[in-house]
Write a protein that binds this ligand. Sequence first.
Ligand SMILES: Cc1cc2nc3c(=O)[nH]c(=O)nc-3n(C[C@H](O)[C@H](O)[C@H](O)COP(=O)(O)O)c2cc1C
Length: 98
Amino acid sequence: MVIAACGTEIEYIMTCGQYCYPIDEAIAVDHMTLEAIALGLGTCWIGAFYEDQVKEILEIPDNIRVVAMLTLGYPAESPSARPRKDLEEVIVYEKWRV
Ligand SMILES: Cc1cc2nc3c(=O)[nH]c(=O)nc-3n(C[C@H](O)[C@H](O)[C@H](O)COP(=O)(O)O)c2cc1C
């Protein structure tokens, strides 16, 4: 199956200046990926979709945004974990340093 994660409150901007809905949706979809793994399922986050076409197919109103698509199913493969960057490469402490 494919889940279309939609933002319904698309006007709200947090005091930090960021729109709330894409962040809410990202958190929600990320939790879905974790729960899927816990249930023995697999997922793939899909950003390569055309929102206008998804909205047309699913008859989603103009005032709703489709933030992400998530495939969900029983995985055909069990690939090993991919390599990760060292924390020192992705975290800076106290002040921004390049
Ligand atoms: C914002 C976002 C969009 C993505 N869009 C796609 C996509 O359109 N098609 C696809 O096959 N995978 C997509 N992915 C999945 C990534 O290619 C990758 O499989 C996933 O992030 C796991 O990577 P990792 O093993 O480094 O954690 C997307 C991932 C993210 C976070």
